[in-house]
Design a protein around this ligand. Structure first.
Ligand code: ADP
Ligand code: MG
Length: 427
């Protein structure tokens, strides 16, 4: 299953800036798992984390908190988004990460967190539902570092990104203090060797040789996990050295390549669809890719490249997409109808723009779907269509004979302009 995602942090993580512009799209081709699941994976690979326990109710959280021998703990919202510490819940509770002293406090906070939505700078205004919390041993950091392994497009290799400026947004570090980021390409035929890892740890400035060695072992094991589990992202922020002399991962964000689902069943069983947009999940069932944006033009396209081009040409004409529905190459008329339903699901949609370049996807199949959808869904908003390529003539004939009010164009720019105008006048 593929889903588009508004491009957020990966390029900035690698020290490269995100493409500028009104918005940009990229395909999301990875599975994200919850922090407590990520920590289980870390532990299995010999990587240290604080002791932790998940809970899905206030009572469970209370019972879990009692297992920490009266020591202070942190309670952390399990929501698939970064920036939880600085986020807030839709019920007013500030912060998705709290340091607490008693099991009673844990219970109260869990009560407020579970069932509420956490809004962070990565979730958008709608926030994301919190169905579980994690209780973890509080381990006071003496210093917070950053470590991540990602695939780098430029070197076409996995890279280890490390910084001694951890605990904050790495995008900000990349912008304000790029020299504080150490990027090391990894030869995937050999893996990350301990000597290289030790040099990186040394540059980061761990406060003793013992800690440096622990950090180096952590890096080596993080790469092993990345490699063995077909990960696309292993991000530890913060990686800390504690006051009592240990290197620990206090937060973990793991992403896995969806192409590897067939051989990573254990990991893919950890998927939590409550964290995904219901319309994206619904689209996936029909083999469609769907992404929501914040404009007012619903867009139906085929292919990621055409989605980008459509976004650009609408922007150039002063318009903004409300969403994108990519029907790919193999959609049938029923899937196209479903696509329309999803496009119309956003309350802000004022016009629909169909931009199809027929190749494997035939224009007449799209036209049939459009006609069916227009009739059955009693479409009230303007529909602008630009169909080109395979079976174009047949498609145009179908549309003409349908007698439906469809604004058809051959030229992309003119079509985009019409879609923008119609969306404006429809306000
Ligand atoms: P997020 O990145 O989503 O905001 P983190 O897990 O990184 O969430 O938590 C935010 C901050 O809370 C961390 O940078 C760290 O300073 C602190 N923190 C997290 N876990 C612990 C812990 N187990 N003990 C002490 N402090 C913690
Ligand atoms: Mg973090």
């Amino acid at each position: 299953m593929r889903a588009y995602n508004v491009f957020r942090s990966q390029a900035a993580l690698a020290g490269r800036m995100v493409r500028n512009g009104p918005a940009s799209l990229t395909q999301k081709r990875f599975l994200s798992i919850h922090e407590y699941r990520s920590m289980e994976q870390l532990n299995k690979h010999g990587i240290n984390t604080p002791k932790f326990l998940p809970a899905t109710s206030a009572d469970e959280a209370f019972a879990a908190a009692k297992k920490f021998d009266g020591k202070p703990v942190v309670i952390k919202a399990q929501v698939l988004a970064g920036g939880r510490g600085k986020g807030h819940f839709d019920n007013g509770l500030q912060g998705g990460v709290h340091l607490v002293k008693t099991p009673e406090e844990v219970r109260d906070l869990a009560q407020k967190m579970i069932g509420s939505k956490l809004i962070t700078k990565q979730t958008g205004e709608a926030g994301r539902i919190c169905n579980a919390v994690m209780i973890a041993e509080a381990r006071a950091p003496a210093h917070e570092y950053y470590a991540a392994i990602l695939n780098d497009r430029v070197t076409q290799l996995p890279i280890l990104i490390a910084s001694n400026q951890g605990g904050m947004s790495i995008e900000d570090v990349a912008k304000e203090n790029p020299d504080a980021i150490i990027t090391t390409p990894i030869d995937y035929t050999k893996g990350l060797d301990l000597k290289t890892a030790q040099e990186i740890a040394h540059k980061l400035g761990f406060s003793s040789e013992k800690l440096e060695k622990q950090a180096a072992e952590t890096f080596v094991n993080l790469y092993k996990l990345f490699d063995e589990k077909d990960a696309t992202q292993v991000e530890i922020n913060p990686l800390v050295e504690t006051k009592d002399g240990q290197v620990l991962c206090l937060d973990a964000k793991l992403g896995f390549d969806e192409n590897a689902e067939f051989r990573q069943k254990e990991v893919f069983d950890l998927r939590d669809i409550s964290q995904e947009d219901p319309s994206e999940v619904e689209a996936g069932k029909y083999g469609l890719n769907f992404i929501k944006l914040d404009g007012n033009i619903g867009c139906l396209v085929n292919g990621a490249g055409l989605a980008m081009a459509t976004l650009d040409v609408l922007s150039l004409n002063g318009g903004k997409p409300a969403n994108f529905l990519d029907v790919g190459g193999g959609a049938n008329a029923a899937a196209v109808k479903k696509a329309f339903e999803l496009l119309l699901g956003s309350k802000d949609v004022r016009a629909i723009f169909v931009n199809i370049f027929g190749g494997i996807m035939r224009c007449d199949v799209i036209a049939e779907g459009i006609i069916q959808a227009t009739k059955e869904l009693d479409l009230k908003i303007p529909l602008v269509v630009r169909l080109q390529g395979t079976k174009e003539a047949e498609a145009k004939k179908l549309i003409k004979e349908s007698n439906l009010k469809i604004f058809a164009f051959d030229n992309l720019d003119e079509a985009a302009k019409a879609a923008v105008d119609k969306a404006h006048t429809q306000q």
